[in-house]
Write a protein that binds this ligand. Structure first.
Ligand code: NOJ
Length: 561
C-alpha cells in the first residue's frame, strides 16, 4: 500500500475561471473553458484543479462575495456545466476542488438581506451586529482588510455590521449553530456532486473575540488592521473540529485552508491526524516585504534581504510540516504578484527567474500548487491610473497610501507592485487575437508580450518555461526521481549562503539536490558529494557543477550507497 495519499503525489493547478478561457465571447472565462483545457492541464501533471469561486455573486470581490453557496453564477455557466466538468475531469483522473468562502457572504445573500431588514427577522443573528458608540461612530477602530472601517451602518436596524473584507462581504456569525449547519450543508452538497476537496478561504477570521475593543492605530487613519484584532481567536479550533466531523471526515478528499498568521508552533492543532485540515496555506514567504502587516504603502519593496528571508521561512515551513501535516507549496495565487517579480530584482530576466521558482516548487517536499500563467512565466502589469484597476484591495490600499502622505505617482508604483490584478490578467493560449482567451473584449487587458508568452509559442520551444514545467512535473511523477521527490525528507544545504537557496531530498538510497542562484552575479558552491551526481534538470543549457550563472537553477540526483 502507498504510504502517501493521492493528493500528496499530484500537482494542483489553480484556475481563476474569470481569466482562464471564455467560450462565449462575453469577455470573461467560464466553466466550459476549463473543461476544454483539461488535456492541457494534464500535461502539467495536474491531479486536482482548485477553482476559485464560481458561485452566484455580485462580483464586488470577483466571486469571494457569494449570494448562493450551492449555485453557479450564470457568467460561468450552469450547474450542468459544472457536473460535466467534474465528470470530464474525473475521466482524466483530475479532481475538482471547490473554494469555500465561509467567513462571510455577499450583502446580496438572502440571509443578509433578511438579517439587515430588522432586529426581529428570521436571520437576525446570522451576522455580527453591534450598536454605535454614544457619539454614533463605529463600535471599534478596526480597518477592514480592503481599507476603510470594518463596520458599516444599517439604517433599518440602526446598528453597524462587521465585515473583515469589503462592505459588501458581511461576516457570518459562527457562534450561531444554525449558521454553521447551513454552511456544512452547502459543503456536503458539493461532496455529493463528487468534488475532490476544498480550499477554505480566510478561515482564521471566523471566530471573533468575546469583547470588541479598539486597537493601537497602525496608520495615519487612526485605525488598526482587523487581522491583528481577530485572527486566530481562541476557541476557533472547536468550530473547525465540528466542521471536520460534519463535512470532511471519512471522505477521500483533501482540504487546504488559507490561514494567514498561524504559527509553526500551532501547526499540530491545525493540520494532520489530530488537527483539522490536511494542509494550511501560510504566508510567511508572501509577507517578507511587509514589516508592519499588509499595508502596501509601508512595504519595503524588493531588497536582497528577500533572499535570506525566503530561505529562512521556507526552511522553517519544511521543518514545521516534516511531522505535522503536509506542506502546500505555492509561490503564486490570485492575490499575489507574479513570482518572477516577487523574489528577483526588477531587471532579472523573466525566463530564468520563472524556471528558478519552478525548480523549487516542483522539488520541495509537499504538494505543488501551480497558478495559471505561472507555467508560462507571466510577469506583473503596470497600468497608468487607479481607474484601470479592477481589484478592490488595490483601490483601498491606494487611498491609504495617499492618506499616509504618498504622492499619486508613488501610490501608483505601489499598486503596480502589489495589485492582485497582476495575477488576474487573462491566460494566454495563442498568438492570435486576445491571446485566444476571448472572442469578445477581455475584462482585463492581455499582457502586451503575449505572442512570446503563450501556450502556442512555448509548447514548441524546448527551452521555454512551459517545457521546463512539463519536464519537472514528469520527473516528480514518473521515473527514478519520483519517489524521492514525492516522499523524500528535506534537508537544507548551503544554509549560510546569502545568494543560493539549496536543499536535498533524501529517500532510501537516492538523493536529489536543488540549487538556485537568486542573484544577478555568478555564484560558486562547493558540494563534493555531488561529484558523482547526474543532472536531472537545469534551467540553462550547458550547466557546470559548482557554478551557477545569474538566476540559474540546477537539480542533481545521486545514489548514496
Ligand atoms: C482570500 C481570497 O483569496 C481573496 O481573493 C479574497 O478577496 C478574500 N479572501 C476575501 O474572501
Amino acid at each position: 500500500m502507498d504510504k502517501i495519499k493521492w493528493w500528496q503525489k499530484t500537482n494542483v493547478y489553480q484556475v481563476y475561471p474569470k481569466s482562464f478561457l471564455d467560450t462565449t465571447g462575453s469577455g470573461t472565462g467560464d466553466l466550459n473553458g476549463v473543461a476544454e483545457k483539461l488535456d492541457y492541464l494534464k500535461t502539467l501533471g495536474t491531479g486536482a484543479i482548485w477553482l476559485t469561486p464560481v458561485y452566484p455573486s455580485p462580483m464586488v470581490d470577483n466571486g469571494y462575495d457569494i449570494s448562493d453557496f450551492t449555485g453557479i453564477d450564470p457568467s460561468y455557466g450552469t450547474m450542468e456545466d459544472m457536473e460535466r466538468l467534474i465528470e470530464e475531469a474525473k475521466r482524466r483522473d483530475i479532481k475538482i476542488v471547490m473554494d469555500l468562502v465561509y467567513n462571510h457572504s455577499s450583502d446580496k445573500h438572502p440571509w443578509f438581506i433578511d438579517s439587515a431588514s430588522s432586529r426581529d427577522s428570521e436571520h437576525s443573528d446570522w451576522y455580527i451586529w453591534r450598536d454605535a458608540r454614544p457619539d454614533g461612530s463605529a463600535p471599534t477602530n478596526w480597518r477592514s482588510i480592503f481599507g476603510g472601517s470594518a463596520w458599516t451602518w444599517c439604517e433599518a436596524r440602526q446598528q453597524y455590521y462587521l465585515h473583515t473584507f469589503a462592505e459588501a462581504q458581511p461576516d457570518l456569525n459562527w457562534e450561531n449553530p444554525r449558521v454553521r449547519e447551513a454552511l456544512y450543508e452547502a459543503a456536503n452538497f458539493w461532496l455529493d456532486k463528487g468534488v475532490g476537496g476544498f480550499r477554505i478561504d480566510a478561515i482564521v477570521y471566523i471566530k471573533k473575540p468575546e469583547e470588541f475593543v479598539d486597537g493601537e492605530p497602525d496608520s495615519e487613519d487612526g485605525m488598526v488592521n482587523i487581522h491583528t484584532m481577530i485572527a486566530g481567536t481562541p476557541g476557533i479550533l472547536d468550530f473547525l473540529h465540528e466542521f471536520k466531523e460534519k463535512v470532511f471526515a471519512g471522505h477521500d478528499i483533501f482540504t487546504v485552508a488559507e490561514a494567514n498568521g498561524v504559527e509553526p508552533k500551532d501547526l499540530p492543532h491545525w493540520v494532520g491526524e489530530k488537527g483539522v485540515f490536511d494542509m494550511l496555506f501560510e504566508f510567511s514567504h508572501m509577507t517578507l516585504e511587509f514589516p508592519n502587516g499588509e499595508l502596501w504603502g509601508q512595504a519595503t519593496g524588493y531588497t536582497p534581504a528577500v533572499i535570506s528571508g525566503l530561505k529562512k521561512v521556507l526552511a522553517a515551513s519544511q521543518k514545521a510540516t516534516a511531522e505535522n501535516g503536509w506542506y502546500p507549496i505555492f509561490f503564486e495565487n490570485h492575490d499575489q504578484m507574479r513570482c518572477v517579480r516577487h523574489y528577483f530584482p526588477d531587471d532579472a530576466p523573466k525566463v530564468p527567474a520563472a524556471k528558478a521558482m519552478a525548480s523549487i516548487l516542483l522539488t520541495l517536499r509537499g504538494t505543488p500548487f501551480v497558478y495559471e500563467g505561472q507555467e508560462l512565466g507571466f510577469g506583473n502589469v503596470a497600468w497608468d491610473s487607479i481607474e484601470a484597476y479592477n481589484d478592490i484591495s488595490s483601490k483601498g490600499q491606494y487611498e491609504l497610501a495617499l492618506e499616509e502622505g504618498k504622492t499619486a505617482a508613488e501610490a501608483m508604483r505601489i499598486v503596480h507592485r502589489y495589485s492582485r490584478d497582476n495575477a488576474r490578467t487573462p491566460m494566454q493560449w495563442t498568438r492570435g487575437r486576445n491571446a485566444g482567451f476571448s472572442a469578445g473584449t477581455p475584462w482585463l487587458p492581455v499582457h502586451e508580450d503575449f505572442a512570446s508568452e503563450c501556450v502556442e509559442t512555448e509548447a514548441k520551444d524546448e527551452e521555454s518555461v512551459l517545457s521546463f514545467y512539463r519536464h519537472l512535473a514528469a520527473l516528480r511523477q514518473h521515473g527514478e526521481a519520483a519517489d524521492v521527490l514525492q516522499q523524500g525528507v528535506y534537508e537544507e544545504v548551503l544554509a549560510e549562503s546569502p545568494a543560493i537557496l539549496a536543499f536535498k531530498r533524501i529517500y532510501g538510497r537516492r538523493e536529489v539536490c536543488t540549487l538556485v542562484n537568486f542573484t544577478g552575479e555568478v555564484q560558486s558552491y562547493a558540494l563534493p558529494e555531488l561529484a558523482e551526481a547526474s543532472l536531472l534538470a537545469g534551467s540553462m543549457k550547458d550547466s557546470v557543477k559548482g557554478i551557477l550563472r545569474p538566476f540559474e537553477a540546477q537539480i542533481y540526483m545521486r545514489e548514496t550507497r
